[in-house]
Design a protein around this ligand. Structure first.
Ligand SMILES: *[C@@H]1O[C@H](CO)[C@@H](O)[C@H](O)[C@H]1NC(C)=O
Ligand SMILES: *[C@@H]1O[C@H](CO)[C@@H](O)[C@H](O)[C@H]1NC(C)=O
Ligand SMILES: *[C@@H]1O[C@H](CO)[C@@H](O)[C@H](O)[C@H]1NC(C)=O
Ligand SMILES: *[C@@H]1O[C@H](CO)[C@@H](O)[C@H](O)[C@H]1NC(C)=O
Ligand SMILES: *[C@@H]1O[C@H](CO)[C@@H](O)[C@H](O)[C@H]1NC(C)=O
Length: 200
């Protein structure tokens, strides 16, 4: 009986592997930065679908949120873009706006914010997603975010993101619960300084 189940499982796995066969991208292609990103494309709100964080302390903190989204506004030019992550946690919505600029695929935070991270937009085959990598000042990858105009993506798109996370040797991603409400329009709650990193 047990060995029958094993056989069934083995066949099922084998079938999934062979049916779902399409050559995975090599890592260098999977994590390549976008060559050019039209700032207009960023405008508006994106739901956080999944994220990987390298810092285990921030990761625990991160898991305490119900949902998260980012809003890019004033994205008509590559400078003076306003980047507003919002976090729905502890029964409240928290927002913080940052002035950022975009150069090619690189998002730079205004120095006065002391965020000390650089955003890089990476390749994604998902048409309404952004994959954002955040590096610290030593160019170490700190986090990888998958955001989308949708609340959840197709399994294939999630697989692609997981592959990107693996290519960058990051911990397995946390997938957000799409049934949890996003924060509504921006209000005035300002994030506490110790929440900044995990709010991004
Ligand atoms: C919006 O962008 C324009 C130029 O692109 C800039 O002059 C203006 O200060 C920006 N507004 C905000 C609120 O950052
Ligand atoms: C998540 O949302 C529910 C209500 O939808 C609320 O009761 C709960 O406190 C929230 N949890 C967090 C961590 O914000
Ligand atoms: C962003 O830049 C504008 C114009 O320089 C400034 O008025 C605003 O206070 C800045 N916002 C933040 C969040 O730093
Ligand atoms: C960024 O770096 C500055 C100086 O190097 C430091 O004072 C600040 O606390 C850092 N910000 C964060 C969010 O770690
Ligand atoms: C995005 O932020 C801008 C500026 O704060 C605001 O006017 C706009 O309504 C926001 N968009 C959404 C969909 O929340």
């Amino acid at each position: 009986m047990i060995s029958d189940m094993f056989t069934v499982c083995a066949i099922a796995i084998f079938c999934m592997v062979s049916v779902g066969h399409s050559a995975p991208l090599a890592c260098e292609d999977a994590v390549r930065p976008l060559v050019q990103l039209d700032p207009h494309h960023l405008e508006g709100t994106w739901a956080l679908v999944a994220a990987s964080l390298s810092d285990p302390v921030l990761l625990e903190f991160f898991k305490c949120r119900n949902s998260s989204s980012v809003n890019f506004s004033n994205a008509s030019a590559t400078s003076d873009i306003v980047y507003t992550p919002s976090v729905n946690a502890g029964g409240k919505c928290h927002f913080q706006s940052y002035n950022v600029s975009l150069e090619g695929s690189i998002l730079t935070f205004d120095e006065q914010h002391q965020v000390n991270l650089t955003g890089i937009f990476l390749y994604t085959s998902c048409p309404d997603c952004l994959v954002m990598r955040f590096d610290n000042q030593l160019k170490k990858v700190m986090r990888l975010h998958l955001v989308s105009r949708r609340r959840e993506v197709e399994p294939k798109e999630m697989e692609e993101f997981r592959a990107q996370v693996e290519c960058l040797n990051m911990p397995a991603p946390v997938v957000m619960d799409p049934s949890k409400e996003l924060c509504p329009e921006q209000s005035q709650n300002i994030i506490q300084p110790n929440q900044l990193m995990s709010a991004l």
